[in-house]
Write a new protein. Structure first.
Length: 143
């Protein structure tokens, strides 16, 4: 009986220590988007995309581990689309016209809305931002 009690007490301590040793859930802190030049796809990518997708766009940014689904490797979009860069689809995703299943509950911001607020509602600037960010992502293909 004493052996059984000792085993139970040991098991309880082991389980309790495992629970206490677990790392707290990581969270992605959202804040206001930094204002960048709408002319620079690179600057926009580094400010808005790199935290999740990584500076090299491989899906391994510093915030990636806090997300439920790993961010896409943006350097392989053309490869996954039969060798052709899906510019229209990327534009639609960036502007919020289409949801991606991988984005689940909108972990990826709808940048079109963010760009709209940044520009004070100037549609031409929103389109310029989306187009230049899209061109920059296209330049990363195969890297």
């Amino acid at each position: 009986m004493q052996l059984r009690s000792a085993f139970c007490i040991t098991a309880i301590f082991v389980m309790a220590s495992l629970v206490l040793a677990q790392e707290p859930a990581k969270r992605v802190e959202r804040g206001p988007a930094e204002l960048t030049s709408p002319a620079s796809g690179h600057d926009m990518f580094m400010s808005y995309c790199a935290p999740c997708h990584g500076k090299e766009a491989k899906g391994n940014g510093p915030a990636a581990s806090a997300l439920k689904i790993r961010p896409a490797d943006l350097t392989a979009l053309a490869q996954k689309n039969g060798g052709k860069y899906p510019a229209m689809k990327v534009t639609a995703v960036l502007s919020g016209q289409v949801d991606l299943a991988a984005h689940g509950n909108k972990e990826m911001p709808v940048w079109g809305k963010v760009f709209w607020r940044m520009s004070g509602g100037h549609e031409a600037e929103v389109q310029q931002r989306v187009a230049n960010l899209n061109r920059y992502i296209e330049s990363l293909q195969g890297k």
